[in-house]
Design a protein around this ligand. Structure first.
Ligand code: SAM
Ligand code: SF4
Length: 330
């Protein structure tokens, strides 16, 4: 985000059509090998039928049209994107789309050890890895039974493959304060950017709401472990605010959708695995883009610019999302 995008006048009316909506999140699957308690019910959700999921050609056609509508930054997400077969091929195809300046992925990291090198070679520029706990038992409880070890192996592989920056997403829930020393050590010793994210009241987020920890509580607890100083945002910065401390190889950041109302600065569109275009995470306004992909580029580009112009820059003004987070992709 540029200085200009943060200008208060822009905040008053939102970034506007082509004036700042330049970021597209593409969910490539609703399936996931984890059951994070704030995201998926323990029994999982009935998976979409294969026939209902956009194929890779459709995703690439959509991305090309999105570039014409002003998109320059694309992030691949899920469910868990790496459970979808052939994902590296999609990354290669998207990396070849002229006009996509930044191609990134958010993953739970569990399958990254085997894929990091291939993703890098295919043209993926940046990685966010979600690691809610560095305590194996707490990690197991939060993720509904997943092991921490393969995720840490994935992080190691991402760094070895040369991804820079690597950001770590940590959804803040009670109990986090007791292991902040581990996260401080992680970004002291490695060039990673740990971001504490406030739990959002979306989908399963409602069920975990009693475990919500605000940014202020984490910041206060962090002072016991490090003297934080405001820091510049690493590449590809979004709504996070970053801090550094003496001797740190990385940074600590906060994404605070609850404490910090950042809807007015939102620059995002979201495409779901079943081909619905959403202007807002909290919105029920969805465009079914599959028939539009088949109908030709012009109509598709127009439907994307229409979705941008319908974006509301205050989530309270909308009816609320109908989907689970695992079906939107975060
Ligand atoms: N499976 C991948 C992962 O976990 O990184 C990608 C999809 S996941 C839905 C994307 C991001 O959304 C993750 O960092 C996850 O922690 C976050 N997320 C999911 N539900 C959330 C909620 N209710 N509040 C805040 N963040 C949430
Ligand atoms: Fe899966 Fe990501 Fe949701 Fe966890 S947050 S259940 S890893 S989609």
């Amino acid at each position: 985000m540029t200085q200009q995008d943060n200008h208060p006048e822009k905040e008053a009316c939102g970034p506007g059509v082509r004036g700042g909506v330049d970021y597209l999140r593409i969910s490539v699957t609703d399936r996931c090998n984890f059951r994070c308690r704030y995201c998926m019910p323990p029994e999982g959700v009935p998976p979409l039928r294969h026939a209902d999921i956009l194929n890779y050609e459709e995703i690439v056609s959509f991305a090309e049209a999105a570039v014409e509508a002003g998109i320059t930054h694309v992030r691949i997400t899920g469910g868990e994107p790496l459970v979808r077969r052939g994902l590296t091929g999609l990354i290669g195809a998207l990396a070849g789309v002229r006009g996509i300046e930044d191609l990134a992925m958010t993953t739970n990291g569990s399958l990254l050890a085997e894929h990091a090198g291939g993703l890098k070679a295919a043209g993926l520029a940046r990685l966010n890895i979600s690691i809610d706990s560095l305590d194996p038992d707490r990690f197991f409880r939060i993720t509904g039974g997943a092991r921490l070890e393969p995720v840490l192996a994935g992080l190691k592989a991402a760094l070895a493959a040369g991804f820079e920056p690597v950001k770590i997403n940590v959804v803040a829930m009670d109990g986090l304060e007791r292991e902040l020393d581990r996260f401080v050590a992680l970004c002291r010793d490695h060039p990673v950017h740990v971001r504490f994210i406030e739990l959002m009241p979306v989908g399963r987020g409602h069920f975990a709401a009693g475990r919500f920890v605000p940014r202020s509580r984490i910041l206060e607890a962090l002072h016991e472990h490090a003297r934080l100083m405001p820091a510049a945002s690493p590449a590809g910065a979004g709504p996070a605010r970053y801090y550094s401390f003496a001797g740190a190889a990385g940074t600590i950041g906060f994404i605070s959708p609850v404490s910090d109302h950042f809807c007015p600065r939102c620059n995002r569109l979201r495409l779901t695995a079943d081909g619905r275009l959403l202007g807002c995470l909290f919105s029920s306004d969805e465009t079914d883009i599959r028939p539009l992909i088949a109908g030709g580029r012009r109509r598709l580009v127009r439907s994307i610019t229409d979705a941008i112009s319908r974006k509301k820059y205050d989530r309270r003004a909308d009816g609320g999302a109908r989907r689970q987070m695992s079906r939107i992709g975060g």
